[in-house]
Write a protein that binds this ligand. Structure first.
Ligand SMILES: NC(=O)c1ccc[n+]([C@@H]2O[C@H](COP(=O)([O-])OP(=O)(O)OC[C@H]3O[C@@H](n4cnc5c(N)ncnc54)[C@H](OP(=O)(O)O)[C@@H]3O)[C@@H](O)[C@H]2O)c1
Length: 289
């Protein structure tokens, strides 16, 4: 098994590579989580909205890992932030996962239903209740993240991150404030595997284009990535990124691919503070999925 690196955030070690579980349901989710554990994955990403917390919990439980051997993130949905009910709602997620607490609880998207201060203060209640060891946000643009940091002790911002979408401003904030930037859709939902530049770099290293993209992402400071695959072969492929390194020339040429291509978007995010909406409409909406 390859050695996987961790990132230390606010004194907590977080595996830099994890398994995304969006769209994995039921038995497929259970089996994929078990297979991922066998492959060496120790970081798992789910959400109440994905409808698979029970299956992810079952997969982890069947895998036989002890609680301190893995890092588990789940997310609370944008409607579930009322201070009177959030603890009960998140307790249901934690129970479905068969855990006593999650390592990280994220607000899935900025909420159009609750103010920013109220949202973060509500999240903090789950930490006070011992249900979440750390709390954070997801899909927060830079200035919203900076404002949110005034309202609670945040650990993470999970955002779309792949070679086609520049996240320099958020990476800078992560470095300055000791925050984890978790990159989701790191394979641009599989598109990176068809990319001629990434393929050419991969050929030099005996690696696939997907491995090059993942390696490029994890070489960033304060970053963890969450590729999803239901295929045992691709789970292994996505994990085997620790035995090579990109040259400065590779890194510089990959950086030229960022033209603001965004896959996930929601109309209630007022401004991403980048050029991604100039590139045309995004492909997917979580509310439709
Ligand atoms: N916070 C948020 O709002 C948010 C939004 C979206 C996603 N996420 C998280 O991030 C995770 C990953 O994002 P994602 O699932 O949208 O996209 P992704 O990981 O970029 O791509 C997954 C897609 O790529 C394919 N794939 C996997 N490995 C491959 C490889 N080595 N070569 C070619 N194709 C490959 C998968 O197919 P197979 O399964 O058939 O291999 C699947 O269709 C999610 O599962 C979720 O946990 C969070």
């Amino acid at each position: 098994m390859s050695e996987m690196l961790t990132e230390t955030i606010q004194g907590t070690a977080v595996p830099k590579l994890g398994l995304g579980t969006f769209e994995l349901l039921g038995e497929a989710a259970i089996e994929t989580v078990q297979k991922a554990v066998e492959t060496g994955y120790r970081h798992f990403d789910t959400a109440s909205k994905y409808g698979n917390e029970q299956a992810v919990g079952e997969g982890l439980s069947r895998s036989g890992l002890s609680r301190d051997e893995f890092f588990l993130t789940t997310k609370v949905w944008i409607t579930d932030l009322h201070p009177d009910t959030i603890v009960e709602t998140v307790a249901e997620s934690v129970a479905a996962l068969k855990l006593e607490s999650v390592d990280l609880l994220l607000l899935h998207w900025p909420s159009p239903h609750f103010g920013l201060k109220e949202s973060i203060e509500s999240l903090s209640l789950t930490k006070d209740a011992g249900l979440a060891r750390q709390i954070g946000v997801s899909n927060f643009p830079p200035s919203m993240l900076l404002e949110a940091l005034n309202y609670g002790d945040l650990f993470c911002n999970q955002v779309e991150f792949h070679p086609y979408l520049d996240q320099t401003p958020l990476l800078r904030i992560a470095a300055e404030r000791d925050l984890l930037l978790t990159g989701y859709a790191p394979l641009a939902i599989g598109r990176v595997s068809e990319d001629p530049l990434l393929q050419a770099i991969g050929e030099k290293h005996g690696k696939t284009a997907a491995q090059v993209a993942l390696r490029w992402l994890v070489e960033h400071r304060k970053v963890a990535v969450m590729p999803k695959s239901k295929s045992p072969h691709r789970l292994q492929e996505n994990f085997d990124i620790w035995d090579f390194a990109l040259s400065q020339e590779d890194t510089d040429s990959i950086a030229t691919l960022a033209h603001g291509f965004r896959i996930y978007d929601e109309e209630w995010v007022a401004d991403w503070e980048d050029n991604s909406r100039d590139a045309g409409p995004a492909l997917r909406s979580v509310t439709l999925s």
